[in-house]
Design a protein around this ligand. Structure first.
Ligand code: NAD
Length: 370
């Protein structure tokens, strides 16, 4: 199969983790005999520095003509004082919109090898396997009007949270479809006691839920969901929520399972899927070679599964990550006091070796079945 991918390394640790993720894609392509066509493009601060546009037209064109897009992260303190449309994050919001990627899937899975990494007790976090389904193109991040107006000292800032019924319907269906293939439970998270958007959200989700009689639907206010996420994370299955609540809860879920650096995401719904680790550009550790590349690598597994329908290859990458963690590989964010920390590149090359091993085993098993 021809895998035509656009790579957007972005800023900070983005290029560091993306480089390792690309090595993993190359190993998968080589072992499973796929043809790989990679194109690197600019986004975020890197694009601002080069052409003063956080999402140049060539980047959009390349993404739209690919089978899938892999993004590192965007964001740089160098652009903190730029107007909104000339900040790196504007490039990220625009590429999601250009690709029509309205459904952001953010799994938070606890790896048994990492019991010592979670701030929670092992018996609380064990068994955690959450799929956060976050609406990605609506709510306060996109709503108009938005502005800061007035004179210094008396300025007023406005953002608008806005949701239409059709936007809620389509994301609800993504969550219910996923739940049907999992434990058949959807928790819809809102703030219906305060926000009109949430009241509409709850009404529409309840209506769509009737089309999925096998899935048990429950509703929870976001504040109480945040508390339950640390008290009983293993009780969650699919969490369905709007843009900003999903942004916050998924970082929290990262803390619960051990590190934000482990979390992958898929943004789908449009013609081309966008895959990226949940974390940002981490300027505090950028350039030190210590970032955890596993979120980016697991995003490759999601890409193989959701955009390229290569289930066997996706499973191979996931088992390779599991394998290296079981064998004690830890970047600084996971090392704690019990393990020596390895670098970003060392973690990447251990996963590549494990991919080769796991692929050989998978291919051997297939041969012996024939
Ligand atoms: P962040 O996710 O970049 O970092 C939060 C903390 O987690 C930091 O201490 C960082 O060192 C650590 N961390 C993050 N990823 C890690 C990894 N792979 N390995 C080890 N440690 C890791 O969030 P932030 O500090 O709030 O934001 C920094 C910049 O990133 C900002 O400009 C923000 O707008 C941007 N951002 C971008 C995205 C994205 O591109 N999708 C997401 C969130 C934030």
């Amino acid at each position: 199969m021809l895998l035509k991918l656009t790579i957007l390394p972005g800023d900070g640790i983005g290029p560091e983790v993306t480089e390792q993720a690309v090595l993993v894609i190359q190993a998968v392509a080589e072992r499973f005999e796929h043809q790989l066509e990679l194109q690197h493009q600019l986004i975020g601060g890197a694009a601002l520095a080069a052409v003063n546009d956080p999402l140049p037209p060539e980047t959009i064109q390349a993404c739209l003509s690919s089978s899938a897009v892999l993004l590192g992260a965007v964001g740089s303190p160098a652009f903190d004082h730029n107007p909104g449309h000339l900040r790196p994050e504007a490039g990220l919001l625009r590429i999601r919109r250009e690709l029509g990627a309205y459904a952001n899937l953010r799994p938070a899975v606890f790896f048994s090898a990492l019991e010592d990494c979670s701030p929670l007790r092992a018996e609380v976090v064990r068994g955690t396997d959450i799929m956060i389904v976050r609406e990605l193109l609506g709510g306060a991040y996109f709503g108009q009007p938005r502005s800061i107006e007035g004179n210094p000292g008396s300025r007023v800032a406005v953002n608008t949270m806005r949701y239409g019924e059709s936007e809620i319907e389509r994301i609800a269906r993504v969550a219910f479809d996923l739940a049907e293939k999992r434990k058949k439970r959807v928790l819809s998270v809102d703030k219906a006691n305060v926000l009109e958007c949430s009241r509409l959200w709850r009404e529409v989700v309840t209506r769509i839920g009737k089309d999925y009689p096998e899935v048990k639907l429950a509703h929870q206010y976001v504040d109480s969901a945040a508390m339950l996420l640390v008290q009983r994370p293993a009780d969650f299955d699919v969490v369905l929520t709007e843009n900003m609540f999903g942004d916050i809860l998924s970082d929290q879920a990262g803390g619960v399972v051990g590190s934000l650096g482990l979390l992958a995401s898929a943004s789908v719904g449009g013609p081309v899927g966008l895959y990226e680790p949940v974390h940002g550009s981490a300027p505090d550790i950028a350039g030190k070679g210590i970032a955890n590349p596993l979120g980016a690598i697991l995003s490759v597994a999601m890409m193989l599964r959701h955009s390229l329908q290569l289930q066997r290859e996706a499973a191979c990458v996931e088992s390779a990550v599991n394998h290296v963690l079981q064998h004690g590989a830890r970047t600084a964010d996971l090392a704690g006091k019990t393990h020596a920390a390895i670098s970003t590149t060392e973690m990447g090359s251990r996963v590549v070796n494990a991919v080769k091993l796991t692929a050989a085993q998978a291919l051997q098993a297939e041969k012996s079945l024939r």
